[in-house]
Design a protein around this ligand. Structure first.
Ligand code: UD1
Length: 314
């Protein structure tokens, strides 16, 4: 029986893909995760339905037998964060570039069906024009952005030279339940959620007028499944965003409104490597993959806040 593989499947986005696959009736889902940032608790309610393998994508021999013959591989395992990649570039280089190469090699040698790769909107850097379209030249501003872009190029080259089916999805600041707020490198909205529930001021780096196309995690999981099925897209890269643009000041204002509190944010210096504005053009993803994001920012934030409010969240 052919199976699905989700690398980083115990992580925030990977576990959402696992749940979506099972929801669609997938019978065998193999999760590859080294639990560096992933957590088994993210898979708690589906634990009995999956094959969890604690393995590291940096070690080809560990992952090759697991990937062999897969119907599709969703490659989410990564060391994220722009500032982490600036402060400590070696681990993210090894995981994001060497690890991605290993996954592609394992898929090719093991004759897997298709690799859907978690790319990043950070590849664009600062562009003159918004929204950002896939035809724009990339301008990575950090090791992380370059590492994720290199993975895209590897996907495209494996498609061209070896005929491996690949699709890369440039995620735009994904947020939602299970995003880990416990590190200074955590996604900004998870840090905002924690701050508002603890009635603390968050720190905003810069003037807070930088904007992001915050994308709800279930929309990204759905897009992954669509990308695994779409025809005539091998080797291509698509924006996996929502199409909107919210400033950090707006996001913090919404949370204060939802909680009925007034807590002015603290402001610090701008963060090195930061992109100023980010917004996806989703025309190509809608046309070729059937992308159809369902969650408005308000709705996504409400759902996420409810999740963080649970006593077991964290
Ligand atoms: C970048 C990528 C995103 C990728 C992510 C992985 C862009 C546009 N996006 O996200 O696709 O998935 O890396 O980590 O490059 N901030 C604060 N206070 C905080 C933390 C962050 O003000 O406590 C600010 C940052 O300076 C930044 C914004 O919030 O301006 C978003 O930061 P973050 O959530 O870390 O994501 P990006 O770096 O935008």
């Amino acid at each position: 029986m052919s199976h699905y593989v989700v690398t980083g499947g115990a992580g925030f986005i990977g576990s959402a893909i696992v749940r979506r696959l099972l929801g669609e009736g997938a019978r065998k889902v193999v999760v590859i995760d080294n639990l560096l940032t992933g957590r088994e608790s993210n898979l708690e309610e589906v634990r009995a339905s999956i094959d969890f393998q604690r393995a590291d994508i940096r070690r080809y021999e560990e992952i090759a037998p697991l990937v062999r013959g897969a119907a599709a591989v969703f490659h989410e395992a990564a060391i994220p964060s722009v500032p982490r990649s600036i402060e400590d570039p070696v681990p993210s280089h090894e995981v994001n570039i060497d690890g991605t190469f290993n996954v592609l090699r394992a898929a090719r040698e093991g004759q897997a069906g298709r690799v859907v790769y978690a790319a990043s909107s950070s590849a664009y850097g600062d562009t003159q024009v918004l929204p950002k379209v896939e035809t724009m030249a990339p301008h990575p501003k950090s090791p992380y952005a370059l590492q994720k872009l290199t993975g895209e190029y590897y996907c495209s080259v494996f498609s061209q030279v070896y005929g491996l089916e690949t699709v890369a999805l440039r995620y735009f600041n994904v947020y939602g339940p299970r995003q880990d707020p416990s590190s200074p490198y955590s996604g900004v909205l998870s840090l905002f959620m924690k701050a508002i529930l603890e009635r603390r001021a968050p720190t905003i780096f810069g003037d807070g007028e930088q904007s992001r196309d915050f994308t709800y995690v279930d929309d990204v999981a759905e897009l992954n499944l669509k990308a695994a099925r779409a025809k005539n897209v091998s080797g291509r890269t698509y924006n996996g965003g929502n199409g909107g643009r919210i400033t950090l000041n707006e996001a913090w204002a919404l949370l204060q409104k939802l909680e009925g509190v007034t807590i002015p944010a603290k402001y610090g210096p701008p963060r090195p490597g930061d992109v100023r504005d980010s917004q996806a053009d989703i025309v190509a993803a809608v046309r070729d993959l059937g992308h159809a994001p369902r969650f408005s920012f308000d709705e996504g934030m409400r759902r996420t806040l409810e999740w963080y409010r649970q006593p077991t969240a964290e």
